[in-house]
Design a protein around this ligand. Structure first.
Ligand SMILES: CC(C)(COP(=O)(O)OP(=O)(O)OC[C@H]1O[C@@H](n2cnc3c(N)ncnc32)[C@H](O)[C@@H]1OP(=O)(O)O)[C@@H](O)C(=O)NCCC(=O)NCCS
Length: 403
């Protein structure tokens, strides 16, 4: 058994849509297949027959997200039938888990090249579809009923941290919208979007090229006036939460040696990762213990991290993470191009969106050695992946102690 360094060769995504809008009439599997093909088109040096495995995540695995979406999407994308595939489910962290699971196999030498991805068509598969929670959860008070509704868990975080006010959550959400608008204005986000053919029942065929959810005209006044759908007089609103979205992501992972042999680019080097659990009622707090655990495993501290990609399921949950580590709400190292509050959060696909944003951040910031991608996960979990910048130009003997 060997321990190989694992690299992110490339990652892409579809434009994200609002559930029941852009991708109405387009199948979930067709979106992820198009994204995989786009990934292969921009990496012509990748020999498809040398891929060792394909892992695609979806939080709901029925219908057009069922039939073992990993294997099915692989065949539909034109990967030879000799290459196997499987499906992953860790709710919102599906694609993130596809990456870490495949990375483990690459690290131990079983695989050289693998494809990770995620898809969620929340229009075709509303959150909680076909969910049948065991009655013991509530009968035995294993969890409060709030734990199963993500918006309520975000309200609970506001209860737990009263100093993280609605006003701070709204200001954070506004900044996410503004950063996304700025990134769009200079073409930053578009670089990693794979255009997807869509079929609108009324308008016919067209091509989705940009994200549908962003609201560049957002103001603090408008945010302040929004209803709180999860609790009367609550603090979580449609403006400071991620929406209900459709979209897909995909990434190429490889051992460093294989990437070098094939002349593939390296966008990020995996350092380590961790998952951790918290009380399901405050699921948004999950990234705190998973980050503490991942940093400890990597022999790093939070001060070593120069870029953060934190999934914005809810503004309060990002604020709780930043607050724990003593990072300001508007720290410029965090979500440099905005996040899910602006572009959307098609559940199982989002983990790879964080990675492609981080990879772009690494290109722009050669002075940064380490970055993290982290997200909260339903039923009380967090996942964190620590990455090293292949473009780092500083002194590697001083900055951090990654193994
Ligand atoms: C919060 C939530 C319930 C809102 O759903 P929704 O009502 O369908 O959202 P909409 O986009 O229609 O927005 C509702 C209203 O707020 C307004 N709004 C939303 N964002 C706004 C913004 N940034 N500025 C101004 N107005 C905004 C909309 O215009 C709309 O107004 P209208 O009712 O007058 O048309 C839904 O997005 C949700 O459940 N999000 C969380 C998803 C989740 O749990 N993910 C998993 C995380 S672990």
């Amino acid at each position: 058994m060997s321990v190989n360094r694992v690299v992110l060769v490339d990652a892409v995504r579809s434009p994200f849509g609002k559930a029941g809008s852009l991708y109405t009439g387009t199948r979930a599997d067709d979106i992820v297949v198009r994204v995989m093909r786009g990934l292969f088109e921009r990496n012509p040096k990748l020999p498809l027959d040398q891929i060792d495995d394909v892992a695609i995540a979806a939080a709901t695995q029925t219908g057009d997200q069922g039939m073992n979406i990993g294997r099915s999407a692989s065949l539909l994308a034109g990967i030879p039938h000799t290459v196997p595939g499987y499906s992953v489910d860790r709710w919102c962290a599906g694609a993130l888990t596809a990456v870490t699971t495949l990375a483990g196999a690459i690290s131990m030498g079983s695989y050289d090249i693998a494809i990770a991805g995620g898809v969620e068509h929340m229009g075709n598969h509303p959150m909680g579809e076909l969910m049948d929670p065991n009655p013991r959860y509530l009968a035995e008070k294993l969890v409060e009923s709030d734990a199963l509704a993500m918006g309520n868990t975000a309200e609970r975080l506001h209860d737990k941290f009263p100093h993280l006010t609605k006003q701070r959550a709204d200001a954070y959400a506004l900044a996410s919208q503004q950063k996304t608008a700025e990134a769009y204005a200079v073409g930053e986000i578009q670089r990693d979007l794979i255009p997807v053919a869509i079929r609108n029942p009324e308008l016919g065929y067209s091509i989705a090229t940009v994200d549908e959810p962003p609201r560049p005209g957002t103001t603090m006044e408008a945010l302040a006036g929004l209803k709180t759908p999860f609790r009367a007089a609550g603090r979580v609103t449609p403006g400071n939460a991620a929406g209900l979205n459709d979209g897909a992501t995909a990434a190429i992972l490889a051992s460093e040696a294989k990437a070098k042999e094939l002349g593939l680019p390296v966008k990020a080097i995996l350092v380590n990762f961790a998952f951790a659990g918290v009380e399901p009622e405050i699921m948004g707090y999950g990234p705190v213990p998973s980050t503490i655990k991942a940093l400890a495993k990597a022999g790093l501290t939070i001060e070593d991290i120069g870029l953060f990609e934190v999934n914005e399921a809810f503004a309060i949950q990002v604020l709780a993470f930043l607050d724990h580590f003593g990072i300001a709400d508007d720290d410029p190292r965090v979500n440099i191009h905005g996040g899910a509050i602006a572009v959307g959060h098609p559940l199982a696909s989002s983990g790879i969106r964080l990675m492609l944003n981080l990879a772009r951040g690494f290109e722009k910031h050669p002075e940064v050695r380490y970055g993290i991608t982290t997200m909260c996960i339903g039923l009380g979990m967090g996942g964190t992946v620590i990455w090293e910048n292949p473009h780092f130009t500083g002194d590697t003997s001083k900055n951090g102690k990654a193994k």
